[in-house]
Design a protein around this ligand. Sequence first.
Ligand code: SF4
Length: 240
Amino acid sequence: MEWWSPWHGCHKISPGCKNCYVYARDESFGKDSSVVAKTASFALPLKRNRYGAFKLAPGQEVFTCGTSDFFLEEADDWRADAWRMIRDRPDLRFMIITKRIDRFYAGLPADWGNGYENVSIGCTCENQDRADYRLPIFLQLPLRHRFIIAEPLLEAIDFTPYLDPEKLEEVSVGGESGQNGRLCRYEWVLAIHAQCQKAGVAFHFKQTGTHFYKDGRLYTIPRRYQHIQAKKANLSGSGG
Ligand code: SF4
């Protein structure tokens, strides 16, 4: 997977933002994450190398805006150009994860229609309150590809009212990484898995996070094992 960060910096708006990795990483460089600015790689999707080939080779998935939020207010003036570049690279698949799905229409291109085929949007829902606010909005949007991302999962969430297999491609679940990462309980993960099974929506247990509670035991899991341990649970798969 490639990364494209057209702008950098963000504002915390949600409980899931508490230990934001952008803030944590910037702090180690003495950088202020609340300053939002275009990056040097703003035009990366259209950039070519010295042989004339695109720097982002065709066929790849591009994690878009991973050090900000694509729908951030400060980026409203830049988003039209970003959408244009996305439209002009139908050979790439752009994955956008957002906590601001309620700002989806800000700067949406006139030719969006039912959505660009090469755009997949993930709506973050870390607790029941944010799921109940964001998902009714999310499910009404004109999108070709959409998924829910419950990461960091902060409590038990009932996604049942929102699990429409016609609209959702996946629910992805994960704990929170880092020494200050908040606890993730396996029973929360299992409950969401069961909801997805029942609704026929694909489920992905992405990673455990650092502090993981399972079968009456609290585990502290180093980052390099968090994805492996989640995979071992063998919960991920299609909705059937
Ligand atoms: S929205 Fe995302 S990038 Fe922005 S502060 Fe929250 S976690 Fe960080």
